[in-house]
Structures are given as C-alpha cells and as structure tokens.
Design a protein around this ligand. Structure first.
Ligand SMILES: O=C(O)CCC(=O)C(=O)O
Ligand SMILES: [Fe+2]
Length: 417
C-alpha cells in the first residue's frame, strides 16, 4: 500500500503502522510517501522504492496548502528543473538537433523557468514542453511541440465567448463570397448540384474575386455555409494580446515583433481545413510564416485533430493545450514537410487561437489594415468568405474585430483574466 502522508510529524509517522524512508525523516521534510508495514521488503533499486525516495525528497514548498493537483504538478516540475542538470543537457543536445529558433526557444524557456520563482502568470504553465516524434522521418527539420495548460480554462472560455459574440453579430448579414478563380467557383457550384449555372470573370465585382450580394446569398444557401469562422484582433489592442505574446516569448522564444494578428477560429461539426503549408513553398520572400502557434480553446469530443501527414503526427484538440511548430528551415526556406490538415470535427465544436510568427518582420506586420474598400458595396457589418481552392474545408469566413468588440473587451465585459 502506498499512501501520501502530508505534513505528518516525525513522531506520528514512527508511531504509525507505516514505514518511511529514514532519509526523508532525517531531512525533516513534511510530506512523505509511506508504505504499510506488510513485511514486504522493497529492494533499493525497485520502482517502488525509487519513486518513494523521489517523492520524499521534494521540499515542503512543492506541496500546496490545499489539495490542488495542478499547482502540485507545476511545483514539482519547477523543482525538478531547478535541481537537475537536465536543462543544460537539454539545451546542448537540442542545439544540434533543432533548427534556429527552437534551440533558442528551449534554452530561453528553461532559463526563464530557472529564474522564475512563483509568478502568478506562470501558474499552470510551468509544465515543460513535449516534443512530438515523427513516425515517418528520423531527421525532419520540422519540430512539433505541445505545451499543456498553456492557457487557463478561464482564458479559453473568454476567448471563445468573444469569438462567438462576434460571429453572431456579423452573421446577421449574409457574407460576401470570394473565390481564387472562376474554376474554383465552378467546382463549388458543381458540388452543390448547380453545374448548369454558367459563370465567367464578369460575375466577379470590379477589381475583386468576390461575387455580388445577390449571388453571394444564393451561394451561401447552396453551399450550406460549410466553412470555418475566423475573427481577428491585433497586438496591443487589449490586455490579453500583451500578456499572451510575453508568455509565448518566455516559453517558446518567439519574439512579439515577428508575430502577426491573433486569429480565433471555430469549426462547427463536419468542418475542417484542407492540407496546406502556412508558408509559401519555393518563395524567396522571407517575410513569411516561420512558425505557427495554436492553442486549443476547448476539448473536442471527436475529430478536429491537427494532423501532419508527412510527419505522421496527429494532435487532439485539448483545452488549454498549445501546439507550436516551425514551417521553415534555419535559412528561411519553406519546408513542405510542415504541411498540415485540420481534420473535420466529428462531434462537438473546435476553437483555436492561432498566431503566425514571421521569419523577417516588416512594417505592416501585426498592424490592423485599413478597412477594405473593395468590394465597394460591402456593408460595415458584413463578413467575407474566401474559398481559395476546391477541396473540403477550403472556405473560411473571416472578419477583423471591429471597434465595438474592443470597447467591450476593455470594459472587461467578456474577458476577465
Ligand atoms: O485548426 C487547426 O488545427 C489548424 C489550422 C490551420 O492550420 C490554419 O488555419 O492555418
Ligand atoms: Fe495552417
């Protein structure tokens, strides 16, 4: 029998029917793992003895006053990092292994974990990252990490609420639909059983790839609004953005200046997103998405995984879990192995917070673009749906946060962190 005797005095332990390691008793620590006196002898090397010894070696500071598993895990992780030579091994080992930023980000995160005592902001986020191993390639340049509990439940709930409110307000008007080509529009019509409708470039409103309001409303009905929803806000527009980018910098070493807008994306049941890379392959422009950070804002009952088919990695949406990976190699070349898919949601609803970090920063990065002029007749409260090719889940509804949302955010009506 193994039991956790929190804060028993030395004498009460000795008087009980439990056996505790003499080392832990001598150290005067208040929390022990004790084994019942069954007569069984556990050799020093057994898992049982080793585990009890480690438990007993944790200082009192690791044990929260009340039962709080999350805080306990966090304290233990921090203690282990502080007391072992692990960080340095980790750093030098990964330095050879991980391209550019990731070796930096790991060393930085560990440095910060070492340095940080108990800042409330880090609570629940002191859990070291886990590197996901590719099933298909031993030496891929793409590194995928997860950080559990990167956002708190409260942060996730509030971001979801703000997003839902935004989508609700903006779906009162039918969106304007845009297609990357006439061909894509034709393919969508065909899949909706409307291939008898003939379309040409003349169906796009002047200087755009968007169709007019009447045609957009018809298409919305025919395509059964089969898309994901994206709303965005920008760095510095609210408290959350500042806090989040600092948290990312601290944990992952990705610099706020290289980050773009913040997108909250939701996927209703049956919706996913096609296979793609976040950067442009064979492009020489380094103002491109070098790394992607996603946080799942809710746990999805079934489906909705972020899947990397080339790497054989699949990640389940779990509330608060962050997923980060590099899309480019050390020299800023887009790597096709970073291709990923959002599997369609089978049950439930998926929400993510997504931010791209760019290899090279540029002036307009992370700045709210001026309101779009085109198409001319687009209403203020009207979102846009972009279908950039024909595959399942290639259409996405999107809108930037408008001023009212920001006011509500500032007034703390929707976000309480
Ligand atoms: O939802 C996901 O899991 C991935 C989303 C994504 O890859 C994207 O929006 O670029
Ligand atoms: Fe992506």
């Amino acid at each position: 029998m193994l039991t956790f005797c929190n804060r028993l005095s030395k004498s009460s332990i000795l008087a009980s029917n439990f056996r505790c390691s003499s080392k832990s008793l001598a150290s005067g620590s208040g929390s022990f793992v004790c084994t019942a006196k069954t007569g069984a002898v556990h050799p020093e090397v057994s898992f049982f003895s080793r585990t009890s010894r480690q438990w007993n070696s944790f200082p009192l500071i690791c044990f929260p006053d009340n039962y709080n598993l999350q805080k306990f895990k966090c304290n233990v992780n921090r203690h282990l990092l502080l007391t072992s030579s692990f960080p340095f091994i980790f750093y030098t080992f990964f330095n050879h292994h991980i391209p550019f930023l990731f070796s930096y980000f790991l060393s930085l995160s560990l440095y910060n974990l070492l340095r940080t005592s108990d800042t409330p902001d880090l609570l629940g986020r002191g859990i070291p990252p886990i590197k996901l191993i590719s099933q298909n390639h031993n030496n891929s340049n793409i590194n995928v990490f997860i950080f559990e509990e990167f956002l708190s439940d409260n942060e996730c709930d509030n971001l979801r609420r703000v997003h839902d409110m935004h989508v609700h307000l903006m779906t009162k008007e039918d969106p304007i639909l845009c297609f990357d080509s006439v061909k894509t529009l034709q393919l969508h019509l065909k899949s909706a059983g409307k291939d008898y409708i003939e379309v040409s470039p003349l169906d796009f409103t002047t200087d755009t790839k968007c169709v007019n309001q009447t045609f957009s409303s018809l298409l919305k009905k025919w395509l059964k609004a089969n898309w994901s929803y994206s709303t965005a806000f920008y760095p510095g527009e609210n408290y959350f953005s500042k806090m989040y980018e600092q948290r990312v910098k601290q944990a992952m070493g990705l610099h706020p200046e290289n980050g773009g807008k913040f997108q909250i994306i939701s996927y209703p049941k049956g919706i996913g997103y096609k296979k793609h890379t976040d950067c442009i392959e064979n492009s020489s422009d380094k103002r491109d998405r070098m790394a992607t950070v996603i946080v799942y804002l809710d746990t999805v009952e079934k489906g909705g995984e972020t899947r990397f088919p080339e790497l054989g990695i699949s990640v389940r949406p779990r509330k608060g879990r962050a997923l980060v990976w590099n899309n480019m190699d050390r020299d800023g070349n887009c790597d096709s192995m970073s291709a990923h898919v959002a599997n369609s949601v089978s049950n439930g609803k998926k929400y993510i917070l997504q931010r791209w970090y760019y290899y090279q920063s540029f002036y307009s990065l992370g700045k709210r673009p001026p309101p779009t002029e085109k198409p001319k007749k687009r209403l203020v409260s009207q979102a846009r749906v972009s279908c950039d090719e024909y595959t399942h889940g290639s259409c996405r509804w999107d809108d930037e946060w408008n001023h009212d949302h920001l006011i509500q955010y500032h007034e703390n009506k929707f976000i309480k962190i």
